[in-house]
Ligand binder design. Structure first.
Ligand code: UD1
Ligand code: M6R
Length: 371
């Protein structure tokens, strides 16, 4: 049921304040007499210690689910103290890459039925790793065959382009980082800030959804383009990959997410006054580096659209020389949840304006159950 919306993708984008709330329901605890703030993931409670003791956490997934894990990687590294590596399921299988008994392998999948991820799960089980699932589908193959896991509880997602599952996956993995991380005095302030940030995240997502019309206007400008680049780094490298994936899969426009730190190692050659480039430059520890990326793109007359934190338009783009998307600022590790929303809206509007099928893009299936 699409309710008042024209398409499922549109409905699922706008539903995110609610889906995020359901994802967190009963799992974030604040207040009480001790005023302690904690995270409780029922599905992991008997396994948290083993995960904390593992030598490595390996995230495994495909497409958007892989991108969600990539977005959560920095906070997991920071809070858990355990090395975190990333595997695209098919690539892990192609290489028969190393998975050890001492590893925790985390399988991220909206459907829980993706063939590549399932085969990778079999492989990790054979290799003796502790296998954890993060899925949206109760009773799915990944939920059944992992040792333990967390349901993201985002609600049924129908549009082939994954939107609300992506943001809920990131939130679950941020909660996972809090659950694994030691609750020491030295980490208290940081942990509390993240938990407060999680509580307030649905409101911030509601706020960023107000950019809908602005993104439709931007889509009108980009409607006839051949290509669109998206630059990001740090917490928002994943945002660049995921924004580009949305644009290519539904709007059928070539789009590439680029790690900004790699700009001078090739992509800079593409820059001219015609190719549109979105640069994600919200406030975090990478901000000054992104400012210098923007300057260098400017020097090559790049056609820039900069995503920045509210109030920072003048620091990313002087003299109105580029278009700006201002988003609410949240705790750095949660910023990818806010930043992806305008790009989801852009992909949606581009698709409708270009006259393509939003909910069922050509050649794609919601759940890729064949190899
Ligand atoms: C569970 C209930 C929820 C109830 C809550 C009350 C289910 C599905 N969930 O939620 O309805 O409100 O207790 O405390 O009945 N699992 C895997 N692999 C996965 C995902 C999950 O093995 O990929 C396992 C978990 O380890 C757990 C079970 O499935 O044993 C349920 O997981 P989850 O729904 O996340 O647990 P709760 O949040 O505790
Ligand atoms: O169900 P899964 O999360 O395992 O699916 C993985 C990918 O097939 C999926 O995310 C795909 O990339 C989406 N169409 C992206 O929007």
């Amino acid at each position: 049921n699409k309710g008042n919306y024209e398409h499922y993708m549109q409905k699922e984008i706008h539903e995110q304040p609610e889906s995020l709330r359901t994802t967190m329901r009963g799992r974030l605890i604040r207040g009480g007499s001790s005023k302690a703030k904690t995270v409780l993931l029922g599905g992991l409670k008997d396994h948290i210690k083993s995960i904390r003791r593992s030598r490595r956490i390996v995230f495994i997934g495909c497409g958007t689910s892989y991108n969600a894990a990539l977005a959560a990687r920095p906070i997991l590294e920071e809070l858990s103290g355990v090395p975190v590596t990333m595997e695209i399921a098919s690539d892990l299988l192609d290489r028969q890459g190393p998975i050890y008994r001492e590893d925790t392998a985390v399988f991220v999948s909206q459907s829980g039925e993706t063939a590549d991820s399932l085969l990778a799960l079999e492989y990790a089980l054979e290799n003796g790793a502790l296998c954890v699932g993060i899925t949206n589908t109760v009773g799915s193959a990944i939920a059944r065959n992992t040792h333990c896991g967390v349901h993201i509880n985002a609600g049924c997602e129908i549009g082939v382009a994954s939107t609300k599952a992506y943001t809920s996956q990131i939130v679950v993995m941020a909660m996972l980082a809090l659950a694994i991380g030691d609750d020491t005095i030295s980490s208290r302030t940081r942990r509390d800030a993240i938990i407060d940030g999680l509580f307030d995240l649905p409101n911030k997502v509601r706020e960023v959804l107000k950019l809908d019309q602005e993104m439709k206007d931007l889509a009108k400008l980009l409607i006839a383009e051949q290509s669109l680049l998206v630059f990001g780094r740090g917490y928002n490298y994943a945002t660049a990959l995921e924004g580009a994936l949305k644009v290519k899969e539904v709007a059928l426009m070539h789009s590439e997410g680029i790690l900004a730190g790699e700009m001078k190692h090739g992509p800079l050659a593409l820059v001219d006054e015609n190719l549109p480039i979105i640069v994600i430059a919200t406030r975090d520890t990478c901000f000054s580096k992104q400012q210098s990326v923007i300057q260098q793109l400017h020097a090559r007359k790049g056609r820039l659209i900069v995503m920045c934190s509210k109030g920072y338009a003048a620091s990313v783009c002087s003299g109105g020389s580029c278009r700006v998307i201002e988003v609410p600022q949240v705790e750095d590790c949660l910023q990818p949840v806010v930043n992806i929303v305008p790009l989801q809206l852009l992909a949606y509007h581009l698709t409708v304006l270009r006259g393509y099928n939003v909910d069922q893009p050509r050649n794609l299936a919601k759940s890729v159950t064949t190899l």
